[in-house]
Every structure is written in C-alpha cells, then in structure tokens.
Design a protein around this ligand. Structure first.
Ligand SMILES: C[S@@+](CC[C@H](N)C(=O)[O-])C[C@H]1O[C@@H](n2cnc3c(N)ncnc32)[C@H](O)[C@@H]1O
Length: 280
C-alpha cells in the first residue's frame, strides 16, 4: 500500500489524490483507512488542500462515534468566496462515511463582507468594512449539502441555536475581527444537548505580523475564558509532534471544553496507550 501511495503522489496532482484513493479502495487495490485517532495515516498518505478542516472534522466524527452520537454539526464562521465551506463540505462527507454518522455543515457569514472594525482590538490596520464580500448566488450554485446562514453572527447564532441543531463538533473561526469572534462565541453558550463535550476548533487569525495576545482572536479567547468558569477554550498543545507534521495549522487548533457536560468524563478512546510494561 505504501508503494502505491508513493506512486500516486509522484504521478498525480495533489487535489486528485483523495478521489484516486477512493477509486483504488472500490477496486480492491488498497484497504480503506480505519478511522483511528489522531488520523496520522490519513493526513500523511492522502494530503488535502485544507488539512486543518479535515483533521478537525475527523476528530469531531471520531468523538461522536465513540460516544454514540448519530449526527453532529460542523461550522465555518466567515465564508467569504466559499472555498473553505466547499472544503468543509467535502471533508464532512468523507468523515461521515468513515464514522457511520451524519454530519451537517453550516457556513455563517454576513454575505456583505466584514463589519466595521470598532477599535484597536479589531485590527483596523489590517481590515476594513466590506472586505471579502460573497457572491451568494455563485456559492449557492456550488454547494451540495452545506447550508449558508446569512446575516450578522450576533443575530444568526442565537437563531441557529433556537432551531435545535445536531451537537456541534468542529468550528472554524475566520471572522477576522475581535468583535465578530466574541459574537460567534455565542455558539459556546449553547445548551449541552447542542454540543459535543469537547469541540475541536481552528482559529485562522492568531499567527503572523501584528496579531497578539491583546487583540483579535487571541484576545477574544482570553476574554471568553475569563468570563466562563466551567467552559474554556484552550490550544491543543504539541500537535505538530503528535502528527509528525511540520505545518503551520498545527499551532492553530484549539479545543472547547464543556467541563460540566454530562458526557465530558466518558472514556473517548483517544488514548491508545493503556499499558506501560517493564521494558527489557
Ligand atoms: C477572511 S473572510 C473568511 C474566509 C474563508 N473562511 C475562507 O477560508 O475562504 C472573513 C469573513 O467573515 C465575515 N464576517 C466578519 N464579521 C462578521 C459578522 N459579524 N457577521 C457575519 N459575518 C462576518 C465577512 O463577511 C468575511 O466574509
């Protein structure tokens, strides 16, 4: 199988590799990848254009399967043109098939671009009102299953939660602004039924020139954590070592913890080392 992988990677353009893999699985040439945390084989053997979206969705699907949830939601906050939402839709189909669960995909966006930066916390040196407008009709014509939730997140998040979504398992935060991210964190005020006990998160705007602990998404995370005693957002430390991947996104994956969620303490199967026998 490794030899076939090497040949495929040498001969095919990267975006074709997942489809070629599916054909090879169907033809019986290779075995399908088991859904095994931390999905090292999947990421290494079958690279994809948005590995961070894929890894987050696989984590959510794995946790749902382990805990017996039949369906979950995954969300992109900040859609712009829609490449990210299309990628999320594709990886959700892959993860849903692998885990044997249903995954509902949502993209939240104003549709009209960034809201007006309020103060220094929104990094107005980088962004202005109206940046990253969406061509709504064009994107809708390309989406297969994902749903667009249009409007300011301050309004759409409470409406979405009132509709009783499937438990949320993975969230991409890419709204750029501190103020918008704080509004989007309304998603983590949801009732326990609307959340997996741990939600994998990706924060797009936390590294690079002029991002800091005191503005943008990092400040929003700190303020959320200060305001909430038993619900916290924390970085997943050491991911690049666990995945043996020297890629930037491994520093940008976080986890939301709902410590008082009724399923928080259930064993989740992500620790494969249950014995440490004496060596020699
Ligand atoms: C950088 S873009 C998203 C890019 C996209 N995730 C991608 O990977 O292609 C940021 C988006 O956040 C949206 N946005 C920012 N603040 C918002 C708010 N308060 N409510 C709704 N959408 C917002 C803007 O409309 C913009 O399209």
């Amino acid at each position: 199988m490794r030899a076939l992988n090497r040949v495929a990677r040498a001969m095919l353009p990267r975006p074709w590799i997942p489809a070629a893999r599916q054909l090879a699985v169907r033809a019986g040439l290779v075995r399908d990848q088991p859904l095994r945390y931390p999905f090292w084989e999947t990421l290494h053997h079958y690279p994809s254009p948005r590995p961070h979206y894929r890894w987050g969705t696989l984590c959510a699907a794995f946790l749902a399967r382990q805990l017996g949830y039949p369906r979950i939601s995954v969300i992109e906050f900040g859609v712009a043109g829609g490449d990210g939402l299309l990628a999320l839709e594709a990886v959700a189909a892959e993860a849903a098939a692998a885990a044997g669960i249903a995954i509902h995909v949502y993209g939240f966006d104003s549709g009209t671009g960034l809201t007006k930066p309020q103060d220094y916390r929104d990094l107005p040196q980088l962004w202005a009102e109206g940046d990253y407008k969406m061509d709504v009709a064009r994107l809708k014509s390309r989406l297969k299953t994902a749903q667009l939730v249009l409007g300011p997140v301050a309004q759409t998040v409470p409406q979405f939660l009132a509709g009783g979504p499937a438990p949320i398992g993975f969230v991409v935060f890419d709204l750029d602004l501190y103020s918008s991210t704080m509004d989007a964190f309304g998603i983590f005020r949801a009732a326990d039924e609307a959340l997996l006990p741990r939600v994998t998160c990706y924060f797009d705007d936390i590294i690079g020139y002029s991002h800091s602990d005191f503005n943008g998404e990092r400040l929003a995370i700190a303020d959320f954590n200060r305001a909430n005693e038993m619900r916290k957002i924390s970085q997943i430390y050491g991911l690049r070592h666990a995945l043996r991947l020297d890629q930037w996104w491994t520093d940008m994956m976080y986890m939301f913890h709902a410590f008082q969620h009724p399923r928080y303490q259930d064993f989740d199967g992500t620790n494969p080392w249950r014995e440490i026998p004496l060596s020699g």
